[in-house]
Design a protein around this ligand. Structure first.
Ligand code: ME8
Length: 517
């Protein structure tokens, strides 16, 4: 293996069942992980659940359940959902697990020893709906209501342990300057930078009087460690073992804009503080925090009060109707990866499915396999080294982007080139003329070879159907990737479809969808 790659998703609150937002981020992370797995990197992809929030306790109580029982049930729902949507994560961490709790205790004790965590008194505007304090300026700006949910803020005074965030403003600005890729997209980086320049206050990291669902402050068990501090540490606790430590630092923390501040400022400042300790100096800063935007639903913001969350049941219906790959493809290519929100609308789904998958990928594969069957007995006698389509394939350059997902767009474009090439060269017409067998073979080899190269680009988003295509070509890529021997660079070079290889016919990979209504 030529290197390692670590990507994480947020860990999700277990007060509720999963919905499209959770499946989205985790599917994108899975797709990114696969772009690295197919390159042969030693990949670690992590997801999991954030369990110590007060709203988990409340949600359980509303149902007359023990907190643990409700947390267990929902954690299982997340784990099952991710399996059902084809996520190939390497671990699923729950913050209620002993391995995590012990790690948090040790980290906090170490930070207390350096003086970065200290006991003090805090008075401020508390946003109960988000379980966070809102700085004075922001509170005023939002008329003393939550900037996220709009609910009234409450004035609260408590004895807390604090984290000395104020000591890290200069270091954070210097880090952003030296590593402009640290927060992406760039617009999010600029927001973060502007807010740091407004000044950083120390942050309370413990609470009292909230029962005992949480991690107890080491040496002062009346205090529970604030859920966010506990949660962020999951990224490190999951790899704190001898066998996994080499995965650190994470290459990408994939999150959405709602939790940018914690990931882009508080988390790296904590890691900077940990650099001063002996036991945790291995926790260098992650490579990138990538913050996407939000899905909305049929033109409206999704909210509990509107009851319009695209929930698991709805996502399952899409999966069952169009296939898992189609759902993944839609999420990854049409989702809110940039700074704009995206609308999840059925009409758009059908349009994308028919245009990109049925009429492009599916159609090209069936056309080329049909002609190969009919004119070449399903086999390619020789490797074709030169030709117009090869030139086009080699000239095509697409920016892969910070997450490597531009590769999927490139795969789709390669398939479009196959279509265009068939249109211009008309092998089905040549095949009817005598003495032109050689030309037909040269055309069809190039088509199949381009589809093979495209499939390597598309696999991260369309794993099931691209593996089906590989079976039809008799190529062992799926097994090689599973064994950690992905070789994207070598495989995607021209000529990988060997002489004697075939392209078997089979059912349509993406049958055209026609509304029955
Ligand atoms: O914030 N569109 O957990 P959470 C896209 N436990 N993505 C969405 C979304 C939407 N409409 N809604 C949610 C938490 N998400 C904390 C995180 S991490 C150390 C602790 C996704 O269950 C998106 O990834 O509220 C967002 O950041 C995350 O779910 C929030 O999940």
């Amino acid at each position: 293996m030529s290197g390692r790659f670590y990507i994480s998703t947020p860990i999700y609150y277990v007060n509720e069942r999963p919905h499209i937002g959770h499946v989205y981020t985790t599917t994108v992370a899975d797709t990114v992980a696969r772009t690295r797995r197919i390159e042969g990197l030693d990949v670690f992809s992590l997801t999991g659940t954030d369990e110590h929030a007060a709203k988990v306790v409340e949600a359980a109580a509303e149902r007359g359940l023990e907190t643990r029982e409700w947390a267990d049930r929902n954690a299982a729902a997340f784990e099952d959902a991710f399996a059902a949507f084809g996520i190939d994560n390497d671990d699923f961490i729950r913050t209620s697990e002993p391995r995590h709790i012990h790690f948090v205790e040790e980290v906090i004790a170490a930070l207390e020893a350096t003086g970065d965590v200290y006991l003090g008194q805090y008075e401020g505007w508390y946003d109960a709906s988000q379980e966070e304090y809102v700085p004075e300026g922001r509170a005023k700006e939002h008329d003393f209501c939550s900037p996220v949910t709009g609910r009234p803020l409450v004035r609260r005074t408590e004895n807390n342990y604090f984290f000395k965030l104020s000591g890290y403003a200069d270091a954070m600005l210097a880090h952003l300057e030296a590593h402009p890729e640290f927060v992406q997209p760039a617009a999010r980086r600029n927001e973060v930078e502007a807010r740091i320049r407004e000044g950083l206050d120390d942050v309370p990291i413990s609470r009292t009087g909230g029962g005992d669902w949480g991690v107890k402050f080491p040496g002062n068990p009346e205090h529970l460690i604030y859920v966010w501090i506990d949660a962020l540490l999951n990224y490190s606790s999951a790899v704190a073992t001898e066998e996994r430590r080499h995965y650190w630092p994470a290459d990408v923390h994939l999150i959405a804009k709602d939790i940018l501040w914690f990931h882009a400022v508080i988390w790296p400042a904590m890691l900077m503080a940990l650099q001063k300790t002996e036991d945790f100096a291995w926790l260098a800063l992650p490579g990138m925090v990538y913050s996407h935007s939000f899905w909305i639903s049929e033109g409206q913001k999704m909210s509990k009060s509107l009851g319009n969350f695209v929930d698991l049941e709805q996502l399952e219906r899409y999966r069952d109707r169009f296939g898992l790959d189609a759902l993944r493809f839609f999420l990854v290519t049409q989702g809110p990866l940039g700074t704009n929100d995206s609308d999840f609308a059925e009409s758009r789904f059908i349009e994308v499915y028919n245009n990109d998958l049925a009429n492009t990928v599916g159609n090209a594969v069936s056309r080329v396999s049909n002609m190969t069957g009919r004119y070449l007995d399903g086999r390619f006698a020789t490797v074709v080294e030169t030709g117009d389509l090869r030139d086009q394939v080699e000239a095509l350059e697409i920016d892969e982007g910070p997450l490597g997902l531009g590769r999927v767009a490139k795969g789709l474009e390669l398939v479009r080139r196959v279509d265009g090439f068939v249109e211009t060269t008309q092998p089905f017409r040549l095949a009817k003329e005598t003495g032109r067998e050689e030309e037909v073979a040269v055309i069809l080899y190039q088509c199949a070879e381009t589809l093979r190269i495209a499939s390597l680009h598309l696999w991260p988003a369309l794993p099931l159907q691209m593996e089906e295509l590989w079976r039809r070509m008799g190529l062992p890529y799926a097994e090689e990737i599973a064994a950690g021997r992905g070789a994207f660079a070598a495989w995607s070079a021209w000529g990988g479809l060997p002489a004697g290889a075939g392209l078997d016919k089979g059912p349509a990979l993406f049958p055209r969808y026609q509304d029955e209504g």
